[in-house]
Design a binder for this molecule. Structure first.
Ligand SMILES: Cc1cc2nc3c(=O)[nH]c(=O)nc-3n(C[C@H](O)[C@H](O)[C@H](O)COP(=O)(O)OP(=O)(O)OC[C@H]3O[C@@H](n4cnc5c(N)ncnc54)[C@H](O)[C@@H]3O)c2cc1C
Length: 506
């Protein structure tokens, strides 16, 4: 085989690309990850952010997917107890949608399909006698409570990229793959940097196309759609969320069954807000700029109003976001029935392996990465042990996974840090908060203050270790500070970034 620049080149820095980069680098391969924009700028920052088995997929007999997802829920919770946290869901019972026995049976399966070490099992609840019933419409008297997990999706992507880089991977953001060219025993990958006229070429012994909703575009632009082995199709399905001011007290989320058989989640969000989502609408248009439609806005407001005790209208909506699901098109006509499982397509244009990833869930990214690596190495006649099930993600090495004890510890170490700021640092960075706090004795020692508790030390950290380059990367993907900060803070950050980038990156 040719001596290639890299063992593996991955296209796409969403959760799947970053997860594969981490797994491959951890197996000792030399890895290049190419992301056209910022990490997680595609679908992986626009999900409902649940690390979940997917209770409703049981209705479609997706037992394998649900079992795998439930297993991953436990694995990921242990790997990143700072970023991923348990969340209780209240499911009010509505006999018109699904009979009581069906939900009971579904939850029984949900409790038992995979081993559960950290999360509570499901239980029935009298909504008239329990505070959990207060935010709901009066007509509800009984329901169920079960547990799943919640994660900041874009930070999960970044943590995987950070770990990949720590293990030697090269991560190139704002660099687009323009073409993948098959050679007899390797691949050539052409790239172009954003805003640059110059292009570059890399050779790789193996390639993974993990471009999510763009997976077909990458294949088509490279002329890799084989007449001998047709490439699968992708179904692009938009999902939107609305964010309203905090609607109720308590940390629980609600699962609202809709007349069309779908479910809508209502979830506490960023302390001050409530998130309502999501929808399913076929998508055409600019994949980097999906927007909520009037129909989706009305659907979500109605979904909320039909089941919750109060009423909302479009005027209550503070912010919205939309993402596009890159679903493997299995020919099912009904969108809600299309599988959320993933399919790996092996290209045949070269003797060197290349795989394109179709579909998937945030929850199953680690298993997906493991399966991609096993398939690639098999095609490459190699075997290297899988390793990622028990290895903590960066910042996740918290003793016994006890996040509250970790915060307590840190508040003794940094008594001068305001409680909310300490909590934010702990959630976002876990043990890695030491990288910019170690040795600090006061807020002043964190450097310049740009407003709303954003200090220089954190921004320098994000530029140095997390590929943050623009204010939007920091405010919307490395954090959700964009929801909270004043315009003056955004302006101050935008102003100082060129100087800080020069100092940090040279
Ligand atoms: C509304 C919604 C809600 C969801 N909720 C959940 C949930 O609660 N739980 C769950 O488990 N899953 C959920 N999902 C599914 C999950 O979000 C996706 O499966 C996952 O984020 C897809 O990740 P990805 O890496 O495949 O794609 P993406 O995150 O889109 O990443 C692909 C990347 O490839 C890059 N790219 C594209 N073309 C090129 C190129 N030519 N060169 C270089 N880079 C390129 C893009 O910029 C992008 O960053 C949800 C999805 C949606 C849309």
């Amino acid at each position: 085989m040719n001596a290639c620049d890299y063992d593996l080149c991955i296209i796409g820095g969403g959760i799947n690309g970053a997860g594969i980069a981490r797994d491959a680098a951890g197996r000792g391969l030399s890895v290049l990850l190419i992301e056209a924009e910022d990490l997680a700028q595609g679908t992986s920052s626009s999900s409902t952010k649940l690390i979940h088995g997917g209770l409703r997929y049981l209705e479609f007999f997706e037992f394998k997917l649900v079992r795998e997802s439930l297993r991953e829920r436990e694995n990921l919770l242990a790997m990143a107890p700072h970023l991923i946290r348990p969340l209780e869901f209240v499911l009010p019972h509505n006999g018109q949608q699904r009979p009581f026995w069906m939900i009971r049976l579904g939850l029984f399966l949900y409790d038992h399909l995979a081993k559960r070490a950290r999360l509570n099992g499901s239980r029935g609840v009298n909504l008239r006698a329990n505070a959990l019933g207060v935010p709901l419409d009066d007509r509800y008297s009984k329901g169920f409570v079960y547990s799943d997990c919640w994660a900041d999706d874009s930070r999960l992507v970044v943590l995987n990229a950070v770990d990949a880089a720590q293990k030697g991977a090269k991560i190139l953001t704002r660099t687009k793959c323009t073409k993948i060219i098959a050679q007899k025993d390797h691949w050539v990958v052409n790239t172009k940097g954003r805003g640059s006229k110059k292009s570059a070429s890399f050779t790789a012994a193996m390639v993974v196309n993990a471009a999510g909703p763009w997976v077909r575009e990458v294949i088509d632009d490279s002329g890799l759609d084989s007449p001998v082995k047709p490439v699968p199709n992708i179904k692009l399905v938009k999902g939107s969320h609305i964010i309203i001011p905090r609607a109720y007290k308590g940390e629980q989320a609600y699962v609202l069954q809709q007349d069309d058989g779908r479910i809508v989640f209502v979830i506490p969000y960023e302390d001050e807000y409530t998130l309502v989502g999501t929808t399913e609408e076929n998508f055409e248009g600019n994949l980097y700029d999906p927007r909520i439609s009037d129909t989706e806005m009305n659907y979500l407001c109605n979904a909320y109003n039909m089941h919750m005790g109060d009423e909302i209208s479009r005027g209550d909506v503070i912010w919205t976001y939309s993402g596009v699901r890159p679903l493997y098109d299995d020919g099912e006509s009904e969108t809600r029935a299309v599988s959320r499982d993933f399919v790996l397509y092996e290209h045949i244009e070269s003797r060197a392996p290349m795989i394109s990833v179709f579909g998937g869930k945030l929850t199953t990214y680690r298993v997906l990465a493991e399966q991609v690596m096993e398939r690639l190495l098999y095609l490459d006649n190699r075997y290297i042990e899988p390793w990622s099930t028990k290895a903590p993600l960066p910042g996740g090495g918290i003793s016994d996974g006890d996040f509250e004890a970790f915060v307590e510890d840190k508040s003794c170490l940094y008594p001068w840090l305001p409680e909310a700021l300490l909590h934010r640092y702990a959630r976002a960075y876990g043990t890695r908060m030491e990288r910019f706090l170690e040795g600090a004795k006061s807020l002043e020692s964190l450097g310049a203050h740009y407003g709303d508790h954003i200090y220089e030390a954190e921004i320098v950290y994000l530029i140095r270790y997390e590929w943050a380059r623009e204010a939007e990367d920091i405010l919307w993907r490395r954090s959700k500070l964009g929801m909270h900060v004043a315009e003056a803070t955004v302006a101050a950050l935008e102003k100082v970034l060129p100087k800080l980038k020069k100092e940090v990156l040279g």
